[in-house]
Design a protein around this ligand. Structure first.
Ligand code: NAG
Ligand code: NAG
Ligand code: NAG
Ligand code: NAG
Ligand code: NAG
Ligand code: NAG
Ligand code: NAG
Ligand code: NAG
Ligand code: CU
Length: 268
């Protein structure tokens, strides 16, 4: 083969490799990789409770405890009632809590204080390069109707004021195609008791009520239990988030949200 053809071929191979690489390699956020969260206060806990309703059969809890070595957060997840089809499912910590009308779209984008963006997808072998809120990207996706998992995510904060703080935010469960299935708010669960009146919903509407939920053990598994309180479960299976167009609009909004979060880092 003439050498110039070899050169062209080599360039083509190289170009292909570069393109392929940009789809798969870890990507550092505009503000850097996510740092380890090593100052999480011992004993702090939050819980997000999903309740089945007319739009979603998902129920169960996402319990978040400061990890035993104070680095990151120990997540204990037990969910049932995921859809029979449409997986593998995704779930993330989203920027905003679920509003009173239960609209999961209003939870905004994934918590992404280092402005990493959604693409390329998270490389779980380099978790510091993933969006902080991308829990299923870092720790695995639910594949069927029942999901349980326990793991420590070292990049999530329980310290208010940190960009990676999760306590005032929400968890959203999605179909593989990103359509939002259900969402629930984190509420304080320190000492195993929800400290504030939160919410209950049958169709995504939040109703306030007394909250006397107690944990049998803070380190026990997240189960639905016999709680008298349910919180913030809501769903949105149709509406804006369902169309591809709206989804990309969301990620544009998400970038703006993330940029504001990034600014907050400098202010703090
Ligand atoms: C919930 O489960 C019931 C019984 O399997 C089913 O008929 C219904 O369609 C499910 N609802 C949703 C929103 O998936
Ligand atoms: C996403 O997947 C679900 C489950 O398969 C389906 O009901 C829904 O219509 C899909 N949404 C889009 C935008 O494709
Ligand atoms: C849900 O929230 C989104 C984003 O805030 C908004 O665009 C949409 O109109 C809301 N949907 C409903 C049904 O209120
Ligand atoms: C459902 O997914 C879990 C992982 O979350 C797995 O352990 C379990 O075997 C699966 N069950 C079925 C019936 O495939
Ligand atoms: C949640 O807490 C973070 C960090 O303290 C803060 O930047 C953000 O504005 C808060 N979000 C809401 C909805 O209060
Ligand atoms: C948790 O319990 C400890 C020890 O009893 C107490 O000092 C702390 O104020 C409690 N925190 C909350 C949020 O209830
Ligand atoms: C939920 O139900 C309540 C009362 O049953 C109703 O007022 C409200 O409009 C419903 N909300 C949605 C989002 O369907
Ligand atoms: C919770 O709600 C009950 C009943 O509405 C009320 O009496 C109580 O003061 C509330 N507690 C808090 C902490 O808001
Ligand atoms: Cu999400």
């Amino acid at each position: 083969m003439p050498s110039f053809i070899k050169t062209v071929a080599a360039i083509a191979v190289l170009a292909t490799a570069v393109v392929a690489q940009s789809d798969t390699t870890p990507v550092t956020g505009k503000l850097g990789d996510a740092p380890l969260q090593s100052s999480n206060p011992a004993g702090v806990a939050y819980i997000a409770t999903f309740t089945s309703n007319s739009k979603s059969n998902i129920s169960g809890n996402v319990l978040a405890l400061t990890s035993s070595d104070d680095v990151g957060v120990n997540f204990q997840i037990a969910l049932t009632g995921l859809p029979a089809e449409g997986g593998p499912f995704l779930y993330h910590i989203h920027d905003y809590p679920v509003p009173a009308d239960g609209n999961c779209t209003a939870t905004g984008a994934h918590v992404d204080p280092y402005v990493r963006g959604e693409t390329p997808v998270c490389d779980a072998s380099s978790p510091a390069t993933c969006q902080v809120g991308d829990l299923s990207g870092k720790h695995g996706k639910p594949t069927n109707e029942t999901f349980s998992a326990t793991y420590v995510d070292k990049y999530v904060s329980t310290v208010p004021g940190q960009g990676a703080f999760m306590g005032n935010r929400s968890i959203v469960v999605h179909y593989a195609n990103k359509t939002r299935i259900a969402c629930a708010n984190f509420v304080d669960y320190t000492n195993g008791t929800a400290g504030t009146n939160t919410t209950t919903s049958t169709n995504g509407t939040i109703v306030s009520g007394s909250s006397t939920r107690t944990a049998s053990s803070q380190t026990g598994p997240a189960t639905s239990g016999s709680a008298s309180k349910t919180s913030g479960a809501a769903s949105s299976s149709s509406s804006a988030a369902a169309s591809t167009g709206a989804a990309s609009q969301l990620s544009v909004n998400g970038a703006l949200v993330a940029a504001v979060g990034g600014l907050a880092l400098f202010v703090i």
